[in-house]
Design a protein around this ligand. Structure first.
Ligand code: AHG
Ligand code: MN
Ligand code: MN
Ligand code: MN
Length: 280
């Protein structure tokens, strides 16, 4: 998989340069999930696709910005699903954005994810690789340097509650309120990469993006947002669930399927399971 990690590092450096110099405006196209694509979304997708085309071990790719699976090498071993620029609508206000990659074998499904990688483009560029463990690298003088291993504590202090509050179920709203009453601090930028990265580096907490009245299956997309981070959180001693069970066990019927999702350290996730089991 080294070849794939090197390709991702190369694309991260190109995307960092694109974000620094590119136009943050909208295009006239919509993607499969109905987002109006920014010029940055399209350009970062092209960067990754062109780099992945040169990697012989990649069999096929799926991108947030493409309708269909793209076949690359029929003898390739790996399938990659990616979100080229997560949180792209935050680039114009200079908040952190990211890229997310899920690496699968045999088929695109939560059960078949074997590694994941994400990149944070912030004041510094950081790259996290999850295989059997979770390692963070930082871009220094155009090279990714190993910084630290990432492990969550059993309990954290941060609460990142996503989606539109007036569409929350009453028990979900009560759960989030109770968590704040217990002293947790609000940390939500609207970019899942920096929000989940912060929880991982500060020891733990909860990130939630529930099903809502307007979107019962949530907003975040399984193959290139939910599953890659679920894999990271599990390998970092945390958990990722759909409210009830491991989100990596949720079936995928279409490549752009979404799922409600909760990521966190053990104590917070066990709390969510209890509330959802008793109320949902
Ligand atoms: P993208 O920019 O790739 O379409 O994804 C944005 C996602 C995710 O990063 C974030 O957590 C979520 O959208 C924020 O949604 P809300 O504004 O509904 O909280
Ligand atoms: Mn989008
Ligand atoms: Mn995204
Ligand atoms: Mn995106």
């Amino acid at each position: 998989m080294t070849e794939i990690f090197d390709a991702i590092k190369k694309s991260a450096i190109e995307i960092k340069n694109l974000i620094e110099t590119g136009d943050t405006g909208k295009s006239t196209h919509e993607n499969s999930t109905g987002d109006t694509q920014l010029k940055l979304d399209i350009a970062s997708d092209e960067i990754i696709e062109n780099i992945f085309k040169e990697v012989s071990s990649i069999k096929a790719i799926v991108s947030e910005e493409q309708e269909e699976i793209i076949s690359l090498n029929k003898d390739g071993k790996y399938l990659i699903a990616y979100d080229p620029l997560d949180g792209s609508s935050l680039a114009d206000v200079n908040l952190s954005v990211g890229s997310i990659f899920g690496i699968y074998e045999n088929e695109f499904s939560g059960k078949n994810i074997v590694a994941s990688v994400y990149v944070v483009y912030g004041p510094r560029v950081e790259l996290v690789i999850a295989t059997t463990d979770v390692k963070m690298y930082r871009l220094i003088n155009n090279k990714f340097k190993f910084m630290q291993e990432i492990k969550l504590n059993e309990k954290g202090k941060l609460n990142a509650p996503g989606s539109t509050q007036n569409c929350w179920a009453p028990y979900h709203k009560k759960m989030i309120d109770d968590i704040f009453q217990d002293g947790y601090r609000l940390r939500y930028s609207g970019g899942m990469v920096p929000d989940l990265h912060q929880i991982l580096l500060k020891g733990g907490g909860l990130f939630s993006y529930p099903g809502t009245t307007d979107r019962p299956k949530g907003k975040l997309r399984q193959l290139f947002e939910v599953f890659p981070f679920a894999f990271v959180y599990e390998k970092a001693n945390g958990q990722a669930i759909d409210g009830f069970d491991r989100v990596l066990d949720v079936e995928t019927t279409h490549i752009h399927d979404t799922s409600p999702c909760f990521f966190g350290s053990n104590e917070e996730i066990n709390r969510v399971k209890k509330v959802y089991k008793e109320n949902a």
